[in-house]
Design a protein around this ligand. Structure first.
Ligand SMILES: NC(=O)CC[C@H](NC[C@@]1(O)OC[C@@H](O)[C@@H](O)[C@@H]1O)C(=O)O
Length: 263
């Protein structure tokens, strides 16, 4: 009876829930997607003026969830570095935050197929003296802990002084108050901060080898297959293209996610 009541209350919070007849994807709460995201990466994932999560990744995942039969989707903001561990240990069903798929990250979690390939951007001010990736020597470069930007900067900008932040908000306020000379984040989010604070995009570095994917706990084949099937359907019927044009107007559109008729 105890085991029954445990599973009835939605499973434990330590190990990720197992699949069952009424819970084919092994969700923490049957019928609901608990999603870990970040609130300050507009227009990928962000909270609007009413505090509601929205953006390209949010609307794409919500569409994919609907196609997989789940319309109850709850987004919770986390520090980026907390997302993958929390998904791996069953505190969330999915991580959705422009999370690049890498072999290193696949040691902790599994991913859906990729859905967005773009650039990493060095964001700076008009007075920092940072005008390109090469001029980062001796400069204080902000990165969000746990991002590909952190890994890339450690490898490729060894002469810059890395300053680690929990999120973009903290890094960009440090940039605006002059306590760092630049911040290293995703292209579309950098573009939003450029328009918001009159900042400067000093360099765009391709990250096509690590397209963003939905992060899920390992060994959840039914969930992974359902997300991939739904993702492909969203691309094939032009939903992906519509959302890309809505959230990234004017940006070059990667071809690999367009309907066959557009290839
Ligand atoms: N929310 C974040 O801050 C994510 C930062 C960073 N995103 C990289 C990325 O997934 O962003 C979307 C696309 O441009 C991908 O090509 C890129 O690797 C990462 O995965 O570490």
């Amino acid at each position: 009876a105890l085991a029954l009541s445990l599973s009835a209350c939605g499973g434990s919070s330590s190990a990720s829930s197992t699949s069952s007849a009424n819970n084919p994807y092994g969700l923490i709460t049957p019928g609901q997607f608990r999603v870990a995201s970040v609130g300050d990466s507009k227009p990928y994932t962000f909270t609007d003026s009413s505090g509601k999560f929205t953006g390209f990744d949010v609307e794409l995942f919500t569409d994919v969830a609907h196609r997989a039969g789940i319309d109850n989707v709850v987004f919770t903001g986390q520090d980026f570095s907390a997302i993958l561990p929390a998904v791996a240990n069953g505190q969330f069903d999915v991580g959705v935050a422009a999370i690049g798929i890498t072999d290193k990250r696949k040691q902790t979690v599994d991913f859906s197929d990729g859905y967005l390939a773009g650039y990493l951007t060095v964001l700076t001010t008009k007075t920092s003296g940072v005008t390109s990736a090469d001029s980062l020597k001796g400069k204080r470069l902000g990165v969000v802990q746990g991002t590909l930007q952190e890994t890339y900067a450690m490898k490729n900008f060894p002469n810059s002084n890395l300053v680690r932040f929990p999120d973009n908000n903290a890094a960009v306020s440090a940039l605006n108050s002059g306590t760092v000379d630049a911040h290293f984040l995703d292209y579309e989010a950098a573009k939003d901060y450029v328009s918001k604070f009159g900042l400067v995009d000093a360099a765009d570095i391709p990250s096509f080898d690590a397209p963003a994917g939905f992060a899920i706990a390992k060994n959840k084949p039914a969930l992974k297959d359902a997300l991939n099937k739904a993702l492909k359907a969203a691309m094939d019927d032009g939903t992906w293209k519509r959302l890309y044009q809505k959230w990234f107007p004017g940006s070059p559109m990667p071809k690999q996610y367009l309907p066959a008729s557009d290839q």
